[in-house]
Design a protein around this ligand. Structure first.
Ligand code: MRU
Length: 387
């Protein structure tokens, strides 16, 4: 099997992430040595992708507690349960503010908060034990990701093949994806890109198409790199070419990840996903969302409650990449280029990071637990069976 890329490397208490702002031309791992560095890496998008940011936040808390214990077996915040709670809860709250849309981060932080609350109240757990449980829980958030990605990838691939057959298509499947949902966006294998990888590994993939995904170009910078590493034959399209692709090529499915799925199935994902869904509906192409249960937010009834992150205006005016042609072919170069006239201000630029695809445009939602489809004639999902 071809080797995949890695977003986070962990060795004991040491955490490193690949700086995704420099990919694909420069591969540089940077250490994350504190909660503040984890927060900054997520906010500045050195690491991105809903599951990956939840993993880094949780790991950084584990590492913080573990390192503090090793430096001093009785640090002040372990002098009692109250001290533990007062010290750790603000760190969890702070990590939770790094990006607003992906609910996986909130879910991971809520999970750690709930454990903190439980161990604080449990008299049979002493303070060092409570600290160790928090360390383990943080690591579990990251470790659990890979296994569930394999599960949902297979479920989704089998479902898509079945749907294609129902529609009278026996050939290998051509699929389109948006953004980056592979090993760089998760702890490994990926969600929607995992589905594509599963189709490839099982000989069922025709061609994988992906959009460039402006303005951050997660498609052309990251998905392209992942598909190359996996030796999956793929075709890049500009975001504006989705309609043309559907008019001129047989596409069996659009598969995307998600940052938050509301109770009714409305789904927030990378900006441009909604456009692809509208066009898929027009062309009667199945539109499939693949995401872990931690992406489903049953606390909100519909997509209007999803907070949509507005990225800084300047980010929509820049492209990142290498100087071309390379001044020195043996030395990777890195450049950030402004392609708009100087002087545009925040009022002249619209830069939401995500959009919401209404449930009525989604054919199936796949989690590690199963595949949910909408009932005949209904515009919303019942997700109870897949969460
Ligand atoms: O802004 P990003 O790059 O973090 O956005 C990522 C996406 O929208 C992904 O599709 C989503 O997080 C799912 S990743 C498995």
């Amino acid at each position: 099997m071809a080797s995949a890329l890695t977003s986070i490397r962990v060795s004991g208490d040491d955490i490193e992430i690949v700086n995704q702002l420099l990919l694909p031309h420069v591969i540089e791992f940077i250490p994350i040595t504190s909660i503040e560095e984890a927060h900054d890496a997520i906010k500045s998008m050195k690491i991105r992708g809903a599951p990956a940011i939840a993993s880094l936040a949780a790991l950084s808390l584990s590492s913080y507690i573990s390192k503090a214990l090793k430096a001093d077996p009785q640090p002040p915040f372990l002098s009692g349960k109250d001290a533990l709670r007062k010290h750790i809860q603000p760190l969890i709250d702070y990590l939770n503010t790094s990006r607003p849309t992906a609910v996986n981060l909130g879910a991971a932080m809520r999970r750690l908060s709930a454990l903190l609350e439980r161990v604080a109240l449990d008299e049979s757990v002493d303070v060092p034990q409570a600290a160790r449980q928090l360390i383990e829980e943080g690591r579990a958030v990251a470790d659990e990701d890979v296994g569930r990605n394999h599960a949902m990838a297979k479920l989704g691939a089998d479902w898509l093949e079945g749907r294609a057959k129902q529609l009278g298509n026996d050939e290998k499947l051509n699929v389109l994806t948006v953004c980056n949902t592979g090993s760089l966006a998760t702890s490994g294998y990926g969600t929607a890109l995992g589905l594509i990888t599963n189709l490839h590994e099982t000989g069922r993939l025709g061609r994988a198409y992906f959009t460039q995904t402006a303005p951050y170009h997660q498609g052309s910078r990251l998905t392209a790199m992942e598909l190359q590493a996996l030796k999956i034959h793929s075709v890049m399209i500009c975001d504006t070419m989705v309609g043309s692709l559907f008019q001129n090529h047989k596409i069996h499915g659009v598969v995307v990840g998600a940052d938050r799925i509301a109770k009714n199935g409305d789904t927030a994902n990378k900006i441009g996903t909604y456009n692809a869904a509208v066009l898929a509906a027009r062309h009667k192409i199945p539109f499939v969302v693949v995401a872990p249960i931690s992406t489903v937010d049953m606390a909100i009834p519909d997509g209007s409650h999803i907070p949509i992150e507005q990225r800084p205006a300047i980010e929509a005016c820049l492209v990142r990449g290498a100087i071309y042609p390379p001044p020195d072919k043996d030395k990777p170069s890195q450049a950030v280029v402004m392609f708009t006239p100087p002087g545009l201000d925040a009022d002249s630029i619209y830069n939401p990071s995500f959009d919401v695809t209404p449930a009525e445009l989604i054919t199936a939602i796949v989690t590690e637990k199963g595949v949910a489809t909408r009932k005949e004639g209904e515009e919303v999902f019942s997700l109870n069976s897949v969460v």
